[in-house]
Write a protein that binds this ligand. Structure first.
Ligand SMILES: [Zn+2]
Ligand SMILES: [Zn+2]
Length: 232
């Protein structure tokens, strides 16, 4: 980890941007491929993805890269601090706090973008899909991408987290994004009804939101929808 951070320190702004662009493009491409594979649609991917979706996905990758670069510069200049503890309990607690805090911030942002008519026009692009696929996850207006990104940077600015918890959270974030944008439920019924897992978002939870915009505003959990009475 230390060696990687020292390597980043040797790069100029353009090189950092290029590196983060490759990273974000790789994550998006992998997420789309995994999502289509989960739906059993990998062989039909070229027929199912439109040029417009590729355009918006490239736009989202570009703006996610700007957020990654901003996050790194905040870290480099001491505005964002990570701790390097390898204590499993500390990493686990930070991971849970990250999930609940980001889920709450994104719930409020998502609810507000639906309820405030002057900003909804930035979100309706994502709502053209009744039956989303994994690429729908990246069909987002730049204002929305930057809005979610600012929430993320805000949380990292106000709280110090374990770097390992942050890495786990970033993987979890992409996994939940894929799960929410599939054509079939991949979470087995027995897991979905489990006392712990029934608090977690599943495919049907977010697909329902695409079909009825009055409920299910959370992304990772059903906690905030249950608390604020917006759970279907
Ligand atoms: Zn969606
Ligand atoms: Zn929405």
């Amino acid at each position: 980890m230390q060696a990687f951070l020292e390597y980043l320190n040797t790069l100029n702004l353009f090189q950092l941007f290029a590196l983060f662009l490759i990273e974000n493009a790789f994550i998006a491409a992998a997420a789309v491929l995994i999502g289509f594979a989960c739906d059993g649609l990998l062989m039909q991917i070229r027929r199912l993805i439109t040029v417009e979706e590729i355009y918006w996905a490239c736009s989202t990758v570009f703006f996610n890269t700007l957020i990654t670069l901003a996050g790194y510069l905040l870290f480099k200049n001491g505005y964002v601090v990570f701790h390097l503890s390898v204590n499993p309990l500390e990493i686990f607690v930070d991971f849970i706090v990250l999930i609940l805090a980001m889920d709450f911030l994104m719930y409020v942002f998502h609810w507000a973008i639906h309820k405030l008519s002057f900003v909804y026009r930035f979100h309706d692009l994502h709502h053209v899909y009744d039956t989303p696929t994994a690429i729908s996850l990246f069909v987002l207006h730049p204002v929305e991408v930057m809005g979610f990104g600012m929430l993320w940077l805000f949380l990292l600015f106000v709280m110090n987290f374990s770097i390992y918890a942050v890495m786990l959270y970033l993987v979890f974030n992409v996994a939940m994004g894929i799960i929410g944008h599939l054509r079939k439920e991949i979470v087995p019924e027995v897991v979905k009804n489990n006392v712990v897992f029934q608090w977690l978002a599943n495919t049907g939870f977010h697909v329902d939101h695409h079909q009825n915009e009055d409920h299910n505003y959370g992304f990772y959990t059903k906690v905030w929808d249950r608390l604020f009475g917006t759970l279907k």
